[in-house]
Design a protein around this ligand. Structure first.
Ligand code: FMN
Length: 323
């Protein structure tokens, strides 16, 4: 089989930043916190994004929102994703101390969730190019590198992908990511490669292809069919973060157990114990998705009262299954 690392792997230049690889980890609400992002980049991802963070939440100093921004020096290139619909809130968020540490601002113009759409945020912005453009310009005024993640449109009869891609470039975006599913498709079904290819043909900035990549074969097909400059992995990164070393050809001695124990160490250092336990429970549920006996393991993890117990159960789950 053709290898992604031989056929398509390259460094990616976005604005004045160079990423070590064109295989990126997507923003995932509830998952892509600091420990998780470190794991992805260590395994070869060129970049990993925070989950979506409300620009309004930052404007109004909401502390739960601010907590999502935890990072530190070990994260070499830092990318935060913002969600909202008010240009002034984006401008404030990009210039505020909250995002000071971040090198890249990614704007969410793809979220399909009903509440988000109702507020005119996420994918709803594909219906209002003028507003979307003002948001990009507002972020650019911060002087940071700005990227946009969006869907081709609301449904099959409303595909705006080329115009939207051009608008992003004209408004100053340094890179776009196209999730090849319409809003109506939510997270199911095959992404439509042609939509991503249309975006690629419309602009000169890097275009990243996202949607439905669960294997090296999927990643190869995505690159072949779209001509994109790189791929963004989402759910597969949760189930099998080794996909990053596989696609980038990065050698690693890591096992699921060593990765999980490292996650426990980092989360234990950065978060309070409850939050650290929550993080491990959530990501290990995905990690063991395809293992036998998952239900019992999950019960054991949720029964743990502290991080020490969690570590013991992790050794049991992943030590046993890796023997
Ligand atoms: C649980 C979950 C949370 C997500 N959170 C975000 C988010 O915060 N920001 C965003 O742009 N997309 C988010 N997405 C969408 C993913 O980034 C990605 O575009 C989508 O899952 C398609 O990629 P995949 O088929 O490889 O999973 C989320 C998806 C899932 C399943």
């Amino acid at each position: 089989m053709k290898r992604f690392s031989e056929a398509y792997l390259k460094k990616l230049h976005i604005g004045n930043i160079t990423l070590g690889s064109n295989v990126l980890m997507a923003p995932l609400a509830g998952y892509t916190n600091y420990p998780f992002r470190l794991m992805c980049t260590k395994l070869g991802a060129g970049l990993a994004f925070t989950e979506m963070v409300s620009a309004n939440g930052l404007k109004y100093n909401d502390q739960a929102t601010a907590k999502l921004l935890y990072t530190d020096e070990d994260e070499r290139i830092k990318a935060v994703q913002l969600l909202g619909s008010v240009p002034a809130a984006f401008e404030y968020a990009c210039r505020s101390a909250y995002t000071e540490a971040f090198d890249i601002i990614d704007i969410n113009m793809g979220c399909p969730v009903p509440n988000v759409i109702k507020s005119g945020e996420g994918c709803a912005l594909t219906q209002d190019m003028k507003l979307a453009s003002r948001i990009i310009e507002a972020c650019k005024r911060s002087g940071k590198v700005v990227t946009v993640k969006f869907r081709p449109g609301m449904n099959r009869d409303n595909i705006v992908v080329s115009e939207f891609a051009r608008m992003c470039e004209d408004s100053g975006a340094d890179m776009i990511t196209v999730h090849g599913r319409t809003r109506n498709m939510m997270y199911e079904g095959e992404p439509v490669y042609e939509y991503i290819a249309e975006a690629k043909n419309a602009v000169n900035i890097p275009v990243i292809a996202n949607g439905g990549i669960h294997s090296e074969e999927d990643a190869l097909k995505m690159m072949e069919q779209t001509g994109a400059d790189g791929v963004m992995i989402a759910r597969c990164g949760l189930e099998n973060p080794m996909i990053f070393s596989q696609l980038t050809g990065k050698r690693t001695e890591e096992t699921k157990l060593s990765l999980m124990l490292e996650q426990a160490d980092i989360a234990g250092r950065c978060f309070d114990e409850l939050a650290a336990m929550e993080h491990i429970r959530k990501i290990s549920s995905y990690f063991m998705k395809r293992l036998p006996g998952t239900k019992t393991y999950k019960q054991e993890l949720y029964g743990c009262g502290n991080m020490q117990e969690i570590r013991r159960v992790l050794v049991k789950i992943f030590g046993e299954t890796e023997k």
